[in-house]
Design a protein around this ligand. Sequence first.
Ligand SMILES: NC(=O)c1ccc[n+]([C@@H]2O[C@H](COP(=O)([O-])OP(=O)(O)OC[C@H]3O[C@@H](n4cnc5c(N)ncnc54)[C@H](OP(=O)(O)O)[C@@H]3O)[C@@H](O)[C@H]2O)c1
Length: 270
Amino acid sequence: MKPLPIIFITGASSGIGKSIGIYLTEKGCKVYGTARNPAQYKNFNYFPLLALDVSKPDTIQTAVNEVLKLSGRIDVLINNAGVGITGPLEETPYDAIDHCYNTNFKGPMRVIEAVLPAMRKQQSGLIVNITSIAGAMGLPYRGIYSASKASLSIITETYRMELKPFGVHCCTLAPGDFATNIAAGRYHVAPEKTSPYHPLYQQNIDQMNAHVSAGSDPIAVAKSVYKIMNAKHPKVHYVVGSPLQKFSLLLKKVLPSKVFEKMLSKHYNL
Ligand SMILES: NC(=O)c1ccc[n+]([C@@H]2O[C@H](COP(=O)([O-])OP(=O)(O)OC[C@H]3O[C@@H](n4cnc5c(N)ncnc54)[C@H](OP(=O)(O)O)[C@@H]3O)[C@@H](O)[C@H]2O)c1
């Protein structure tokens, strides 16, 4: 009998990560999720939640060691933990930029580094980096978030080639808008009335929050992960979102850049 696939998901206490964990458990996988402070989620009984902060390498190593002790291997790593950030670039503090990059970019790198020795030993493994459709374009007032996800997307292309000789596959999965807690946990530059970016920035924040609240059920992301796990030769980049969100990616590819920028500006009332 084939052993259960062992899955390791960062940021699995809520939203997309939690949904992936529940769905893969239903599909017969052995799931280990993580959260910075699992004790906070007393009634969480879908799958084990281990303590892990992607900005703290010792917590990552401890969680990975625990999974290896309990299950002997890690077949799939879902690098899902991430944070949002909004603000006009000019007004975004550098420590907030560092925090975003430390979580969304260096965080997944640290977790990959911790699971690779086991995957290399197994000569197999799949790493899915959760990026964002927002990472495919420089969105207004979300430039740092877009850039952090674009950076993760680009290094995935590098990982893919560097890890191929070890039998380890790597890909991105870019979601569109999904209804999660991301807006609540997001760092945002306060839209001060005295700022030259007011009131356009305020309007854009309201629009962004409305999009996330009206977003789809993250179960769609979980189903995409399962499809990727079952692909014989996973592609480098996958997308999951509404037809309109996916269409924006096609437009970015085919339209002249000035036309695309005009369209995006109109969408954001700029
Ligand atoms: N929702 C969307 O529309 C959307 C769209 C595109 C991409 N995404 C991406 O999807 C991923 C999941 O986001 P979500 O929408 O599900 O948001 P969410 O509900 O806020 O979940 C974020 C998860 O990340 C964890 N987390 C935050 N900072 C962390 C850190 N330093 N170390 C470890 N874990 C940390 C949180 O856990 P604790 O607070 O319990 O530690 C939480 O479980 C993110 O990478 C996000 O950028 C979301």
